[in-house]
Write a protein that binds this ligand. Structure first.
Ligand code: ADP
Ligand code: MG
Length: 615
C-alpha cells in the first residue's frame, strides 16, 4: 500500500489554525489592537462596518514594519516578539505566537499599509486566503493600518455561524474596552459605520473608566492598591451602591493582559461580603503585576486564561486590597466627628471613656428643654418602676456589652410588657432625634447625619457576630425555662453541622433525643421573650440565605442573627440609645452600607443647607 500521509498545504493549515485564533470579528480586532499596542502606538483608531463582518480596520501610529517584515508578518509562527522557548516565560508583549496575522489572512481579505519613520516609502500588501495579491510601495503616514474585509468569505460555513450584528458588535465593544482600559495612556477611538462610538483621550485610568462607562462613574470609584513582594494590585473598585445586577463590568488584567478568572473574581466579591445583595456584582478594574516567570499565559490560544504558580497568595492579596479600599473609604467618621483612628478602641474597650467620646462627637446643642422632654417622654415611662428581671449570665458580660445591653433591650411599645425591660436610662445628652421612628438624625459640626436605624443596626450586629464567630467569644445567658425544639431530620442535621458556630455566638444547644435539641442559653446581648422563636427564626433565615447566596457558615450565621435580632423600624429610641447606635455604627469596619448594600446613613452638609437658601 502506498504512503497516505501528506503535509497540508499552508493555506489549509492556516485556515485550520485560524479557527482557534479568529472565532469572530471581535477576536480579530483583539489581535490587531494588541499588535498596535505592541508596536508602541500612542494613538489607535478602529473602524468597523457591519459589526466587523464587512470591515475591521485598525490604524496605529506605532513603529511600522520594513517591507520584508511586512511580508513576513503573514507567515505562520512569524513573530518579532520571542526568539527562544525561554522567552515564553518572560513575555511582556501581547502577541507572541506569530499566528494572528497569518490566521486572519487565511480567512479574510486583508490589506496592510505600513511605514517606518526612517523610510520614506511604506509597504502596501493585499492578501486573500493566504495568497498575496499585491505588494507595492506607497506613500503614507508612519505606522500601520490593517484592514480585514469580509471575514470568512472563503469559509461560508463559519460565516453562517456568526451571530446577529448586535451580538457581534457587543463582542467588538467588549474587546475594545478591555484594551482601552489596560492602556489609558494611549488614545483610542472606535467608529461604527461612520459614527463615532468612542473617542478616548490619553489620560489616567480613572479618566479612562469614566470615558468608557460614563460620567456617573465619576464619584463611584474607590482606588485600590496593595503592593507586596510577590504581586502588586492596583486599580479601582466601584462603591457598593453602584453594583449591577449583571456581571460584565469586572476586569482583571495581569501584566496588562485581560484575563478571566472566577477564582479571583471570588476574591473580590468575598471582600464585598455583607455589602451587596446576592444578585449584585461589584464594578472593578484591577491590575495585577507579577513577575512573568510566575505565570503561564500559554494555556489557551485566545489567552484570557492564565495559570499562576501561587494562586492562593494572589487570592489573599486581592481580597485584602479590596477590603482595605472599602474600609478606607469611610467618609464620615474621621472627618466629621473629628475622631482619630483610636476611636474604635476607645469606644469598645473602656466604658469609662464614653463621656470623652461623646464630647469628641462635637454634636451641637439639641440640648434644649423641649428636645429633652420629647426624647425622654412616651413609652419608656411605662417601664418606670417595673421590677428588673433577673437573668443569669453564664459568663461575665464584657464591658462593651453592658453598653449594648441597655441599647438592645428595648422593646416595641406594644410588646412592652412581654419584653424584659432594661434598667432605666441614665441622663441623656439630647443631641439626636428620631424621625418616623425609623431614622435617627444626629447633628455634627458640619451638618446632619440621617441614619436608617434598622440598616445601621444590622450592620453593627453583623460585624459583632462575625467577630464573635472568629474569636469564639460570644457570651451566653441561660434560659430560665430551656425550651426543647423538635426540628425534623434535615434541620437537625443542619444544627449539628453548625453547632460549633452556634456555640461561638453564645447559643447553648444540646442534643435532646431524636431530631430534638434543648436550648439552654442564647447570646447575652439579645433580649428576647421567646428563645424558641429566636432559634427557629434564625434557622429559617440561615436556610434562606443558604439557598439564595453561597455564603460560608459564619458569614451566613452572622447575617442571619443580625437580621433576626436587629432593631426594627417603628421602634422608639431614647437619646442615649440613638447615640449608642451612632457610636457603634462608626466603630464598624464598614459603616457606610447595610447588609443588602443599602446606605446606612446620608449626610446633609452645612454647605448644602446654605445652598438651599441661596447662600
Ligand atoms: P505576534 O503578535 O504574535 O508576534 P502577529 O501575527 O500578530 O504575531 O504579528 C506578527 C508580527 O508582525 C509581529 O511580531 C510584529 O513584528 C509585526 N506586526 C504586526 N502588527 C504590527 C503593527 N501594527 N505594527 C508593527 N508591527 C506589527
Ligand atoms: Mg499579535
Amino acid at each position: 500500500m502506498s504512503d497516505i500521509i501528506q503535509l497540508l498545504p499552508d493555506a489549509i493549515a492556516n485556515q485550520i489554525a485560524a479557527g482557534e485564533v479568529v472565532q469572530r470579528p471581535a477576536s480579530a480586532l483583539k489581535e490587531l489592537l494588541e499588535n498596535a499596542v505592541d508596536a508602541g502606538a500612542t494613538q489607535v483608531q478602529v473602524v468597523v462596518k457591519e459589526s466587523g463582518k464587512q470591515l475591521i480596520q485598525v490604524i496605529d501610529n506605532g513603529k511600522g514594519m520594513s517591507a520584508i517584515d511586512a511580508r513576513m508578518s503573514f507567515e505562520r509562527h512569524a513573530t518579532s516578539k520571542i526568539r527562544s522557548s525561554a522567552d515564553l516565560f518572560s513575555i511582556r508583549t501581547f502577541g507572541f505566537r506569530g499566528e494572528a496575522l497569518a490566521s486572519i489572512a487565511a480567512v479574510a481579505q486583508v490589506e496592510l499599509k505600513t511605514r517606518q519613520a526612517e523610510s520614506e516609502l511604506g509597504t502596501w500588501i493585499q492578501i486573500e486566503g493566504s495568497e498575496v495579491k499585491k505588494q507595492e510601495p506607497f506613500a503614507g503616514n508612519v505606522g500601520t493600518s490593517v484592514s480585514m474585509k469580509n471575514l470568512f468569505y472563503n469559509v461560508p460555513a463559519r460565516r453562517n455561524f456568526l451571530k446577529s450584528n448586535s451580538v457581534e458588535m457587543r463582542h467588538i465593544v467588549d474587546e475594545f474596552q478591555r484594551v482601552a482600559l489596560s492602556y489609558s495612556e494611549i488614545g483610542f477611538s472606535l467608529f461604527q459605520q461612520d459614527l463615532e462610538v468612542f473617542n478616548l483621550m490619553p489620560g489616567k485610568l480613572s479618566q479612562r473608566i469614566v470615558g468608557i462607562f460614563g460620567k456617573n462613574y465619576q464619584g463611584q470609584l474607590v482606588p485600590c492598591e496593595e503592593l507586596t513582594p510577590h504581586v502588586n494590585v492596583k486599580g479601582y473598585i466601584g462603591k457598593p451602591e453602584n453594583a449591577k445586577k449583571t456581571r460584565g463590568e469586572q476586569f482583571f488584567f495581569v501584566n496588562n493582559r485581560f484575563i478571566k478568572s472566577s477564582y479571583l473574581n471570588h476574591a473580590v466579591s468575598s471582600a464585598f461580603e455583607g455589602l451587596l445583595q446576592p444578585d449584585q456584582h461589584p464594578f472593578y478594574v484591577l491590575f495585577l503585576e507579577i513577575d512573568p516567570t510566575h505565570i503561564d499565559i500559554n494555556v489557551h490560544p485566545t489567552k484570557t486564561e492564565i495559570k499562576f504558580d501561587d494562586e492562593r497568595t494572589i487570592y489573599a492579596v486581592i481580597r485584602s486590597a479590596v477590603k482595605q479600599a472599602l474600609g478606607a473609604h469611610h467618609v464620615v467618621p474621621s472627618l466629621d466627628f473629628s475622631l482619630d483612628v483610636n476611636f474604635n478602641e476607645k469606644w469598645d474597650s473602656d466604658p469609662e471613656k464614653k463621656a470623652q467620646v461623646d464630647r469628641e462627637y462635637s454634636y451641637k446643642s439639641f440640648n434644649t428643654p423641649e428636645f429633652k422632654q420629647a426624647s425622654t417622654s412616651g413609652w419608656e415611662k411605662l417601664f418606670e418602676g417595673t421590677p428588673q428581671a433577673t437573668r443569669n449570665s453564664s459568663r461575665a458580660v464584657q464591658p462593651d456589652e453592658t453598653e449594648i445591653l441597655t441599647f438592645e433591650s428595648r422593646a416595641k411599645p406594644d410588646d412592652a410588657n412581654e419584653f424584659i425591660p432594661r434598667p432605666s436610662v441614665t441622663e441623656s445628652t439630647g443631641t439626636t432625634f428620631q424621625v418616623e421612628l425609623s431614622y435617627v438624625v444626629a447633628q455634627m459640626s458640619t451638618g446632619f447625619l440621617i441614619i436608617d436605624q434598622q440598616t445601621a443596626h444590622e450592620r453593627i450586629l453583623y460585624e459583632r457576630y462575625l467577630r464573635q464567630l472568629k474569636l469564639a467569644q460570644g457570651t451566653s445567658q441561660q434560659c430560665l425555662f430551656p425550651p426543647t425544639i423538635n426540628l425534623g431530620p434535615s434541620d437537625y442535621a443542619l444544627v449539628m453541622d453548625i453547632m460549633p458556630e452556634l456555640h461561638s455566638l453564645g447559643f447553648m444547644v444540646s442534643e435532646f433525643g431524636k431530631d430534638t435539641v434543648l436550648i439552654q442559653g442564647v447570646p447575652a446581648d439579645i433580649h428576647v421573650k421567646n428563645e424558641k422563636e429566636l432559634f427557629e427564626g434564625l434557622l429559617e433565615q440561615y436556610k434562606h440565605f443558604k439557598s439564595e447566596l453561597s455564603l460560608d457558615t459564619r458569614e451566613n450565621l452572622a447575617r442571619s442573627l443580625a437580621r433576626k435580632s436587629s432593631l426594627k423600624k417603628g421602634q422608639k429610641l431614647n437619646s442615649q440609645e440613638m447615640e449608642t447606635l451612632v457610636g457603634h455604627l462608626f466603630a464598624c469596619q464598614n459603616p457606610n452600607y447595610g447588609l443588602g448594600g443599602n446606605k446606612t446613613f446620608v449626610k446633609l452638609d452645612l454647605s448644602s443647607i446654605h445652598s438651599f437658601f441661596g447662600k
